[in-house]
Design a protein around this ligand. Structure first.
Ligand SMILES: N[C@@H](CCC(=O)N[C@@H](CS)C(=O)NCC(=O)O)C(=O)O
Length: 246
């Protein structure tokens, strides 16, 4: 019997998964039906725990998602290698990033998928700060303000005309996602057709971050799920059975 995989996710005061990268693996484990248990880590705990359990470092140091599989002793971080490991190690589960689909899927993820995530991000960054654990706030502020060219987190959410333009940019990104889905899935629900693949964990993960960070009554969530004739509301509903945690 498969022993539960340890899956590391980032701990926020809400207790909800709020990182698009960790959402990819949370969805993947649920879609594959693999037993797992979530270990929630503060930002400050991530390097300590990953170093202690022997997870190899990447160029970005230690980040989440990460897993430890007690069935093989493997400790891995970074969503794409984790996804490939789970496909290879558990071949009888749905294959989410097969060799034949990898190039097309990564093109979506690094293009349209990234655009959807990054266009909503200026609205989210300060809201994420507000739900980081008190002990993480210094680290989070320093690291993220550096990413935003030294701007204060409080000043990043666009206002006035810039706000309208940012909503337009989200709309354009979702239009591009709708076109890519139509071309690829030809009327089926998921990018993968009748069943989800890696792209679906990525795009739905961005939506779930908005839902968990901003809430269903927020302007941003309502705007995003209303685009493209409401197809994304139906899409998130279809992904819903794989959102619950273990
Ligand atoms: N390429 C990585 C990126 C992971 C990543 O950047 N994770 C962020 C959270 S979204 C993180 O753990 N950051 C740690 C920190 O900021 O200290 C992946 O896809 O897994």
């Amino acid at each position: 019997m498969t022993k539960p995989i340890t899956y590391y996710d980032i701990k926020f005061t809400t207790g909800l998964c709020s990182s698009p990268n960790t959402w990819r693996i949370r969805y993947a484990l649920n879609i594959k039906g693999l037993p797992y248990k979530t270990e929630w880590l503060s930002f400050l705990e991530i390097p300590k725990v990953l170093e202690a359990n022997g997870t190899p470092k990447t160029d970005d140091g230690y980040t989440l998602p990460a897993i430890v599989d007690p069935n093989t002793g493997k400790a891995i971080q970074d969503s794409i290698p984790i996804m490939e490991y789970l496909d290879a190690q558990y071949p009888d589960t749905p294959q989410l990033l097969s060799a034949e689909t990898k190039e097309a899927q990564l093109a979506f993820i690094n293009g349209v998928g990234k655009k959807v995530n990054m266009t909503r991000f200026p609205f989210s960054i300060y809201q994420i700060f507000l739900i980081t654990l008190p002990e993480d706030q210094g680290h989070f502020r320093t690291a993220r303000e550096k990413n935003f060219g030294g701007r204060k987190l409080e000043d990043i959410e666009p206002q006035g005309e810039k706000r309208e333009a940012q909503f337009e940019a989200i709309k354009a990104a979702l239009d591009a996602a709708a076109t890519a889905f139509d071309e690829h899935a030809q009327g089926k629900t998921f990018y993968g057709g009748d069943a989800p693949v890696f792209v679906d964990t990525d795009l739905a993960g961005t939506f779930m971050c908005v839902k968990n960070i901003h809430g269903e009554d927020s302007e941003l969530w309502k705007f995003m799920i209303a685009q493209n004739g409401g197809r994304w509301a139906k899409y998130i509903e279809a992904m819903d059975k794989w959102t619950s945690g273990q």
